[in-house]
Design a protein around this ligand. Structure first.
Ligand SMILES: N[C@@H](CCC[C@H](N)C(=O)O)C(=O)O
Length: 260
């Protein structure tokens, strides 16, 4: 049987999307998902998502990392699945949907190519040496790095992700350089086990860590550059809790096709 798929990207974080609204998602073939995400032998993607029906929400998001395993929240994936739900006619320009970390509100721009996604509130940031560790739907490690353009994100990120503290559960590792009017961020992603062009929960974690680092409070807007484009983060921070958190950026259909 052939399965129709759609390929989306959000700031270069790319995903395979499959409409599964006709039936519930009871079994998943994790090897097949890994094969489809493979960049040489498959379609190629950082992850794969199913959109399914839900009684109390517009839809439910199921996200798998490129390794074929069920992931934690994917922010850029969340923005792409919202654009996909609009393409399928499930929603108009606003939605409330369910993901692995709970309900999310999102709104789509008039041209359909920019999605603002509300993320979970965060009230815990810990430190690991000079680095910040927090969960924005997925676990993140944030560390400041000078000359980030020339830094070996793959090797250094992998070392942290697989060190004694994090190797069992894994962690996404973000390196950030303050470039004045914006932050430049590069991320080593768990589940892809490589650097990706963008990580939505990652840049959200970075914006929060930098606000804490600089002792900023109030309504904070952060412009972020990643390898795949530009992302904006907004939240309120009272010195302890991050609320009204929005991850805003592009979400675009790249191509569609069928797999056997
Ligand atoms: N690319 C994602 C993060 C996806 C989750 C992650 N790889 C994990 O399971 O740890 C994003 O945009 O947030």
């Amino acid at each position: 049987m052939k399965t129709k798929f759609y390929k989306y990207q959000g700031a270069g974080n790319d995903f395979i999307l499959i409409d599964h609204t006709h039936s519930t998602l009871e079994h998943t073939d994790n090897q097949f998902i890994e094969d489809l995400c493979h960049r040489r032998f498959g379609i190629g993607a950082d992850g794969l998502m199913f959109v399914t029906k839900h009684e109390n929400y517009d839809f439910e998001m199921y996200y798998f990392n490129a390794d074929g395993k069920l992931g934690s929240m994917c922010g850029n994936g969340g923005r792409c699945i919202v654009a996909f739900a609009k393409q399928l006619g499930i929603i108009e320009r606003e939605t409330n949907f369910l993901a692995v970390d709970g309900p999310h509100y999102a709104r789509i721009s008039e041209n359909g190519e920019w999605v603002d996604l509300q993320m979970i509130d965060v009230n815990t940031i810990t430190k690991d040496g000079e680095a910040y560790v927090l969960n924005t739907g997925s676990p993140h490690y944030v560390t400041i790095q000078n000359n980030l353009k020339d830094f070996d994100v793959f090797s250094e990120g992998k070392k942290i992700r697989y060190n004694q503290i994090y190797s069992e559960k894994g962690i996404n590792v973000n390196f950030v350089e303050d470039q004045g009017d914006h932050l430049f961020v590069r991320t080593y992603e768990r589940g892809v086990e490589d650097e990706t062009y963008a990580c939505g929960t990652g840049v959200t974690a970075v914006a929060m860590a930098i606000a804490k680092h600089k002792n900023q409070t109030g309504h904070i807007k952060t412009d972020i550059k990643v390898l795949g484009g530009d992302i904006k983060i907004e939240f309120d921070y009272d010195g302890a809790n991050f609320t009204n958190v929005f991850l805003c950026g592009p979400a675009k259909l790249v191509f569609e096709g069928e797999v056997n």
